[in-house]
Design a protein around this ligand. Structure first.
Ligand code: ZN
Length: 387
């Protein structure tokens, strides 16, 4: 690969014929049509909040370096931006009056509103540009290793660059398209940002059982994404029919793995819903994220809930001792009822009307053993747990 360092290209040169697509929020062309700012493998423009745009302009006005910019020479007199797209889009938009920046008096000014010497300073700023020539594969490989200040590329953005082609194009149309009406549904289960390729990453992660790079390599030249889409939809359908209520803790769970492990087992969504509500209401369950797998696995692996519970033998034994003592002094077998002033003061609860309680809360290292166990009526247990 050959690289040439250029330091005589100015912002004025780049902004010559700058075309910005408002709809997509992308700078498209510059340098009198010779430069493609948004090649296929570049990430989506992500300075959309406006803050970074302003930072770029303020840096230029202060004379700070903008950092290295990389172009790929794709043809005689034709270039693509390999890195620096966001900085170029920022100053291109500013110079074409797309946004304002506060001046020293705190006044918002668009480009044509600022002093002529400042305009000149911006336009005459020379950029440091590396122009790379070489095989597509070696440029992309190298692109993976360059690390430029600014927002780092996400793993999937890098993979999209390295394995760019028909498959990535189709996959992005489906999974990194904020216009896709399914995105809202998906975001109940998948964490991240559709524009930063997090949804596409999950889709490939699921179908490939975690082997994203291998999968992208094998399917790079496919002309369809049928398998990817079908598998993804199967997972989403399975989750949304098994768990009919959407809880915020569902977002970001390993649904691909859970689907593989449990989708062949039948579940009654109504029962599942009741179980979930019970566990959500249980003050001993500290890891709500674990509730879903706990239920899928048949409610045996309590480690998933990060809670220790008293076993049946302990509960029965404590109930017996407590009740025998309570009866002997004519008070309620719930110690909290016994010190109260209502009609429950001497009520003897049945064992199924009571719950085992940690005298010292388990969260404060209270042991789950018989010495730290007391039986409380359900009402008092719940009240205590919610404190
Ligand atoms: Zn009570």
């Amino acid at each position: 690969m050959k690289t040439t360092l250029k330091t005589d290209i100015t912002i004025r040169d780049i902004c010559e014929g700058f075309v910005y697509n408002e709809l997509e929020g992308k700078g498209l062309f510059g340098l009198s049509g010779k430069l493609t700012i948004q090649p296929e493998y570049q990430r989506n423009y992500i300075y959309a909040d406006g803050k970074k745009d302003v930072d770029v302009i303020e840096s230029i006005l202060k004379g700070y370096p903008l950092g290295l910019i990389y172009f790929v020479k794709v043809d005689k007199d034709k270039f693509e931006v390999l890195d620096g797209q966001q900085r170029i889009t920022s100053f291109g938009r500013y110079v074409t009056n797309k946004f304002a920046v506060k001046d020293e008096n705190g006044m918002e000014q668009i480009f044509t509103g600022i002093a002529a010497n400042k305009q000149k300073k911006i336009l005459n700023t020379e950029l440091t540009i590396y122009i790379c020539e070489g095989e597509e594969s070696e440029i992309k490989e190298w692109f993976r290793t360059i690390n430029i200040a600014g927002i780092p590329l996400s793993d999937q953005e890098l993979n999209n660059a390295i394995f760019s082609g028909q498959f990535v194009t189709l996959a992005k149309e489906e999974f990194s398209n904020s216009q896709n009406t399914n995105v809202q549904k998906w975001s109940a289960y998948i964490k991240g940002n559709v524009n930063r390729q997090h949804f596409l990453e999950r889709a490939i992660d699921w179908v490939s059982k975690g082997n994203i790079i291998d999968y992208m390599c094998r399917h790079r030249f496919d002309d369809n994404i049928k398998e990817l889409k079908t598998y993804f939809n199967s997972v989403i359908d399975w989750v949304s029919t098994t768990f009919t209520d959407i809880e915020k803790e569902m977002c970001g769970l390993e649904w691909g793995r859970l689907y593989e492990e449990y989708h062949k087992k039948g579940f009654d969504p109504k029962k599942v819903s009741v179980q979930i509500q019970e566990l959500y209401g249980d003050s001993y369950v500290k890891n709500k994220k674990g509730i879903f797998e706990f239920i899928l696995g048949g409610k045996v692996d309590t480690k998933l809930l990060n809670v220790r519970i008293f076993d049946e033998v302990t509960r029965k034994s404590v109930y017996k001792t407590q009740t025998k003592y309570a009866e002997s002094i004519g008070e309620s077998n719930c110690p909290l009822c016994a010190i109260g002033h209502d009609s429950n003061k001497s009520k003897i609860w049945k064992i199924n009307e009571m719950d085992a309680d940690h005298v010292t809360a388990w969260s404060k290292e209270g042991a789950t053993d018989i010495k730290n166990c007391q039986m409380l009526c359900k009402t008092h247990n719940r009240a205590k747990g919610n404190k």
